[in-house]
Write a protein that binds this ligand. Structure first.
Ligand code: G9O
Length: 225
């Protein structure tokens, strides 16, 4: 297996960042990252495996849900990410004299050996039911250092997610936030748009990070005996 990355021989996740920044500011210094996966060199140690059946109930199962997707495979393209999200930041609109607005976005980057049109479907789920679905297409890939790079830069987070994050922050304690997050999940499916071949499927589950630790994550591969 290919070390500790989210990826297969066809597509690898290089970067994934969900952030908020003051309206009109694209200065990375002003950006607060809720969650972040970067392109740190992979370690050789293989990813731990989680049985996909353990998380079926956190996502829709049928009609294109996780069970159906896994049945169709390929199984080595399925991953689980547990995020400890960093919500400890002053929202720009809460600062005295703030700009009165903020931009919530997600940027992601993938790479692979084939020039294809990459589509990304994100399903946001509450209590295992889909509440929002978003279909996006990556920018046309560019050739860089011997592989194609696919970018989905600064995609605005949907209103549901922005409101969810805002409400979550009003809860007084981490255990209360974590208990809300137990029922909040996101499923992303990356496909070759032309052939509809499934290239990657990533299930995200969340807790809130203890404030001094910043955003953390752990990657697992999903399997089934
Ligand atoms: C604790 C909550 C942190 C939330 C971070 C969510 C980041 C994941 C965003 C994935 C793409 C969502 C696409 C979208 O906007 N759908 O509507």
């Amino acid at each position: 297996w290919q070390g500790s990355h989210i990826g297969t021989e066809t597509l690898r996740l290089v970067e994934f960042t969900a952030f908020v920044e003051p309206q009109g500011e694209q200065d990375p210094q002003q950006q607060h990252r809720f969650v972040h996966i970067d392109s740190a060199p992979a370690t050789d140690s293989p990813l731990e495996m989680v049985d996909v059946r353990q998380i079926y109930d956190k996502f829709p199962e049928r009609g294109g849900g996780l069970r159906d997707l896994y049945d169709q495979g390929p199984p080595h393209a399925f991953f689980l990410v547990k995020f400890w999200a960093d919500l400890s930041f002053p929202l720009p609109e809460e600062e005295p004299g703030g700009t009165g607005g903020a931009f919530y976005g997600v940027s992601s980057r993938y790479e692979g050996p084939r020039a294809l049109t990459l589509s990304c479907t994100s399903k946001v789920c509450s209590f295992g039911k889909q509440v929002v679905e978003k279909l996006e297409t990556a920018e046309p890939p560019h050739w860089e250092d011997g592989r194609f790079v696919f970018c989905l830069p600064r995609s605005p987070l949907c209103e549901y997610l922005v409101n969810f994050i805002r409400k979550l922050r009003t809860l007084p304690e981490k255990p209360m936030m974590d208990s809300v997050l137990e029922n909040f999940t996101i499923l992303q499916v990356l496909r070759d748009q032309e052939t509809q071949e499934l290239l990657l499927c990533v299930a995200f589950v969340f807790e809130v990070s203890a404030s001094e630790r910043g955003a953390q994550h752990h990657i697992y591969r999903l399997g089934r005996d």
